[in-house]
Design a binder for this molecule. Sequence first.
Ligand code: DC
Length: 238
Amino acid sequence: MQVPDIIIAVDGFSSTGKSTFAKMVAKEFSFLYLDSGAMYRGVTLYAMENGMIAPDGAIGEEALKAVIGTLDLHFRRDDGQTSLYLGDRCIEGEIRTLAVSSHVSPVSAIPFVRNYVDGKLHAFSQGGRVIMDGRDIGTTVFPGAELKVFMTADTAVRAQRRYDEMVSKGETPVYEEVLKNLEERDYIDSHRETSPLARAADAFVMDNTHMTMHEELVWVLGVIQGKFGLLEAPSLSC
Ligand code: DC
Protein backbone atom coordinates (compact mmCIF):
# COMPACT_ATOMS: atom_id res chain seq x y z
CA MET A 1 0.00 0.00 0.00
CA GLN A 2 1.52 3.29 -1.12
CA VAL A 3 1.03 6.49 0.83
CA PRO A 4 0.24 9.24 -1.72
CA ASP A 5 2.78 11.98 -2.62
CA ILE A 6 1.62 14.39 0.03
CA ILE A 7 3.11 17.08 2.24
CA ILE A 8 2.69 16.34 5.94
CA ALA A 9 2.85 19.33 8.31
CA VAL A 10 3.64 18.59 11.95
CA ASP A 11 3.28 21.50 14.38
CA GLY A 12 3.15 21.79 18.13
CA PHE A 13 4.76 22.91 21.34
CA SER A 14 8.50 22.53 22.09
CA SER A 15 9.68 19.06 23.09
CA THR A 16 6.47 17.26 22.18
CA GLY A 17 8.56 14.85 20.13
CA LYS A 18 7.68 16.39 16.77
CA SER A 19 11.03 15.62 15.19
CA THR A 20 11.14 12.06 16.56
CA PHE A 21 7.64 11.48 15.20
CA ALA A 22 8.38 13.14 11.85
CA LYS A 23 11.65 11.20 11.40
CA MET A 24 9.86 7.93 12.17
CA VAL A 25 7.11 8.68 9.63
CA ALA A 26 9.69 9.81 7.05
CA LYS A 27 11.57 6.53 7.45
CA GLU A 28 8.39 4.46 7.34
CA PHE A 29 7.10 6.02 4.09
CA SER A 30 10.43 7.07 2.52
CA PHE A 31 9.58 10.77 2.81
CA LEU A 32 12.08 13.61 3.06
CA TYR A 33 12.20 15.04 6.59
CA LEU A 34 12.71 18.78 7.06
CA ASP A 35 13.21 20.28 10.52
CA SER A 36 12.18 23.94 10.34
CA GLY A 37 13.19 24.62 13.96
CA ALA A 38 16.74 23.59 13.01
CA MET A 39 16.76 26.38 10.42
CA TYR A 40 15.81 28.96 13.08
CA ARG A 41 18.45 27.50 15.36
CA GLY A 42 21.00 27.74 12.52
CA VAL A 43 20.25 31.44 12.00
CA THR A 44 20.52 31.97 15.78
CA LEU A 45 23.88 30.18 15.98
CA TYR A 46 25.19 32.29 13.12
CA ALA A 47 24.01 35.50 14.86
CA MET A 48 25.61 34.42 18.15
CA GLU A 49 28.92 33.51 16.55
CA ASN A 50 29.07 36.79 14.66
CA GLY A 51 28.44 39.15 17.57
CA MET A 52 24.84 39.92 16.61
CA ILE A 53 23.39 38.90 19.97
CA ALA A 54 24.46 40.98 22.98
CA PRO A 55 24.98 39.42 26.43
CA ASP A 56 21.62 40.88 27.51
CA GLY A 57 19.95 39.09 24.58
CA ALA A 58 19.48 42.17 22.37
CA ILE A 59 19.59 41.20 18.69
CA GLY A 60 21.50 43.28 16.12
CA GLU A 61 18.65 43.08 13.61
CA GLU A 62 20.17 45.47 11.05
CA ALA A 63 23.42 43.49 10.90
CA LEU A 64 21.52 40.20 10.58
CA LYS A 65 19.20 41.58 7.93
CA ALA A 66 22.19 42.70 5.85
CA VAL A 67 23.62 39.17 5.60
CA ILE A 68 20.69 36.79 5.93
CA GLY A 69 20.22 36.43 2.18
CA THR A 70 23.78 35.10 1.90
CA LEU A 71 23.45 32.41 4.60
CA ASP A 72 23.95 28.99 3.06
CA LEU A 73 21.88 26.88 5.46
CA HIS A 74 20.85 23.55 4.01
CA PHE A 75 20.15 19.94 4.93
CA ARG A 76 22.27 16.99 3.90
CA ARG A 77 21.43 13.34 4.21
CA ASP A 78 24.27 11.45 5.89
CA ASP A 79 23.73 7.73 6.58
CA GLY A 80 19.96 8.12 6.32
CA GLN A 81 20.00 11.04 8.82
CA THR A 82 19.18 14.61 7.82
CA SER A 83 21.68 17.11 9.26
CA LEU A 84 21.85 20.90 9.04
CA TYR A 85 24.89 22.50 7.43
CA LEU A 86 26.10 26.08 7.32
CA GLY A 87 28.17 26.04 4.16
CA ASP A 88 30.39 22.97 4.54
CA ARG A 89 30.15 22.84 8.33
CA CYS A 90 27.75 20.42 10.03
CA ILE A 91 26.12 22.40 12.86
CA GLU A 92 23.66 19.74 14.02
CA GLY A 93 25.32 19.52 17.48
CA GLU A 94 25.86 23.23 18.13
CA ILE A 95 22.27 24.23 17.34
CA ARG A 96 20.86 21.97 20.11
CA THR A 97 22.66 23.58 23.08
CA LEU A 98 20.77 25.45 25.82
CA ALA A 99 22.59 28.67 24.76
CA VAL A 100 21.02 28.49 21.29
CA SER A 101 17.67 27.39 22.79
CA SER A 102 17.66 30.50 25.00
CA HIS A 103 17.98 32.91 22.05
CA VAL A 104 16.10 31.13 19.28
CA SER A 105 12.55 32.23 20.07
CA PRO A 106 13.19 36.00 19.73
CA VAL A 107 15.28 35.41 16.60
CA SER A 108 12.49 33.30 15.08
CA ALA A 109 9.98 36.08 15.82
CA ILE A 110 11.73 38.47 13.38
CA PRO A 111 9.69 38.72 10.15
CA PHE A 112 12.69 38.75 7.74
CA VAL A 113 14.10 35.65 9.47
CA ARG A 114 10.75 33.89 8.96
CA ASN A 115 10.73 34.92 5.28
CA TYR A 116 14.22 33.52 4.81
CA VAL A 117 13.34 30.17 6.44
CA ASP A 118 9.99 29.89 4.61
CA GLY A 119 11.72 30.46 1.27
CA LYS A 120 14.26 27.74 2.01
CA LEU A 121 11.57 25.28 3.13
CA HIS A 122 9.62 25.81 -0.10
CA ALA A 123 12.75 25.33 -2.18
CA PHE A 124 13.65 22.10 -0.32
CA SER A 125 10.10 20.72 -0.72
CA GLN A 126 9.89 20.77 -4.50
CA GLY A 127 8.47 17.44 -5.61
CA GLY A 128 6.50 16.62 -2.45
CA ARG A 129 6.77 13.45 -0.32
CA VAL A 130 7.97 15.65 2.49
CA ILE A 131 7.23 15.72 6.21
CA MET A 132 8.14 18.94 7.95
CA ASP A 133 7.90 19.92 11.59
CA GLY A 134 7.67 23.34 13.24
CA ARG A 135 5.20 25.81 14.70
CA ASP A 136 3.47 27.32 11.68
CA ILE A 137 3.89 24.77 8.91
CA GLY A 138 0.19 23.93 8.63
CA THR A 139 -0.99 27.51 9.16
CA THR A 140 1.51 29.66 7.22
CA VAL A 141 4.29 27.80 5.41
CA PHE A 142 2.15 25.09 3.80
CA PRO A 143 -1.50 25.96 4.52
CA GLY A 144 -2.44 23.56 1.72
CA ALA A 145 -0.57 20.57 3.21
CA GLU A 146 -2.66 17.46 2.63
CA LEU A 147 -2.16 16.18 6.19
CA LYS A 148 -1.66 18.32 9.29
CA VAL A 149 -0.81 17.01 12.74
CA PHE A 150 -0.73 19.19 15.85
CA MET A 151 1.24 17.67 18.74
CA THR A 152 0.88 18.46 22.39
CA ALA A 153 1.84 16.88 25.74
CA ASP A 154 1.92 17.71 29.44
CA THR A 155 4.54 20.44 30.19
CA ALA A 156 6.37 18.54 32.98
CA VAL A 157 6.62 15.47 30.75
CA ARG A 158 8.02 17.58 27.91
CA ALA A 159 10.62 19.18 30.20
CA GLN A 160 11.69 15.76 31.46
CA ARG A 161 12.09 14.48 27.89
CA ARG A 162 14.25 17.49 26.97
CA TYR A 163 16.28 17.06 30.17
CA ASP A 164 16.88 13.36 29.44
CA GLU A 165 17.89 14.15 25.86
CA MET A 166 20.48 16.69 27.06
CA VAL A 167 21.85 14.28 29.67
CA SER A 168 22.19 11.59 27.01
CA LYS A 169 24.36 14.03 25.03
CA GLY A 170 26.72 14.50 27.99
CA GLU A 171 25.32 17.87 29.10
CA THR A 172 24.57 18.69 32.75
CA PRO A 173 21.26 20.57 32.68
CA VAL A 174 19.26 21.73 35.69
CA TYR A 175 15.67 20.46 35.40
CA GLU A 176 14.13 23.73 36.64
CA GLU A 177 16.07 25.72 34.01
CA VAL A 178 14.96 23.37 31.25
CA LEU A 179 11.34 23.70 32.41
CA LYS A 180 11.63 27.51 32.57
CA ASN A 181 13.17 27.69 29.09
CA LEU A 182 10.35 25.51 27.75
CA GLU A 183 7.62 27.64 29.34
CA GLU A 184 9.23 30.84 28.05
CA ARG A 185 9.48 29.43 24.54
CA ASP A 186 5.85 28.23 24.64
CA TYR A 187 4.81 31.76 25.59
CA ILE A 188 6.92 33.59 22.99
CA ASP A 189 6.06 31.10 20.24
CA SER A 190 2.30 31.38 20.89
CA HIS A 191 2.16 35.15 21.43
CA ARG A 192 4.44 36.61 18.77
CA GLU A 193 2.87 38.80 16.10
CA THR A 194 4.23 37.02 13.04
CA SER A 195 3.02 33.49 12.50
CA PRO A 196 2.40 32.42 16.11
CA LEU A 197 2.20 28.78 17.08
CA ALA A 198 -1.41 27.79 16.48
CA ARG A 199 -3.35 24.70 15.52
CA ALA A 200 -4.67 24.81 11.97
CA ALA A 201 -8.43 24.28 11.97
CA ASP A 202 -7.99 21.14 9.84
CA ALA A 203 -5.13 19.63 11.90
CA PHE A 204 -5.48 16.32 13.71
CA VAL A 205 -4.46 16.74 17.37
CA MET A 206 -2.16 14.18 18.99
CA ASP A 207 -1.59 14.39 22.76
CA ASN A 208 1.33 12.02 23.26
CA THR A 209 1.80 12.45 27.03
CA HIS A 210 1.19 8.75 27.49
CA MET A 211 1.91 7.40 24.01
CA THR A 212 4.78 5.22 22.83
CA MET A 213 6.37 5.75 19.42
CA HIS A 214 4.69 2.63 18.14
CA GLU A 215 1.32 3.99 19.25
CA GLU A 216 2.09 7.27 17.45
CA LEU A 217 2.82 5.36 14.26
CA VAL A 218 -0.37 3.31 14.54
CA TRP A 219 -2.26 6.57 15.18
CA VAL A 220 -0.93 8.32 12.07
CA LEU A 221 -1.55 5.26 9.92
CA GLY A 222 -5.17 5.27 11.06
CA VAL A 223 -5.45 8.97 10.20
CA ILE A 224 -3.89 8.49 6.75
CA GLN A 225 -6.07 5.48 6.08
CA GLY A 226 -9.22 7.38 7.03
CA LYS A 227 -8.32 10.64 5.32
CA PHE A 228 -7.18 9.20 2.00
CA GLY A 229 -9.71 6.39 1.87
CA LEU A 230 -7.11 3.61 1.80
CA LEU A 231 -8.88 0.31 2.31
CA GLU A 232 -5.85 -1.40 3.71
CA ALA A 233 -3.45 0.22 6.21
CA PRO A 234 0.16 0.52 5.03
CA SER A 235 2.16 -2.22 6.76
CA LEU A 236 4.43 -1.28 9.65
CA SER A 237 8.15 -1.92 9.89
CA CYS A 238 8.21 -1.57 13.69
O1 DC B 1 11.41 22.86 17.32
P1 DC B 1 12.58 23.60 17.93
O2 DC B 1 12.56 23.65 19.43
O3 DC B 1 13.89 23.13 17.41
O4 DC B 1 12.40 25.11 17.42
C1 DC B 1 13.28 26.10 17.81
C2 DC B 1 12.58 27.45 17.87
O5 DC B 1 12.24 27.87 16.56
C3 DC B 1 11.31 27.48 18.71
O6 DC B 1 11.51 28.20 19.90
C4 DC B 1 10.31 28.20 17.86
C5 DC B 1 10.95 28.41 16.54
N1 DC B 1 10.20 27.85 15.42
C6 DC B 1 9.28 28.66 14.81
O7 DC B 1 9.05 29.77 15.25
N2 DC B 1 8.62 28.21 13.70
C7 DC B 1 8.85 27.00 13.22
N3 DC B 1 8.20 26.59 12.12
C8 DC B 1 9.79 26.14 13.86
C9 DC B 1 10.44 26.60 14.97
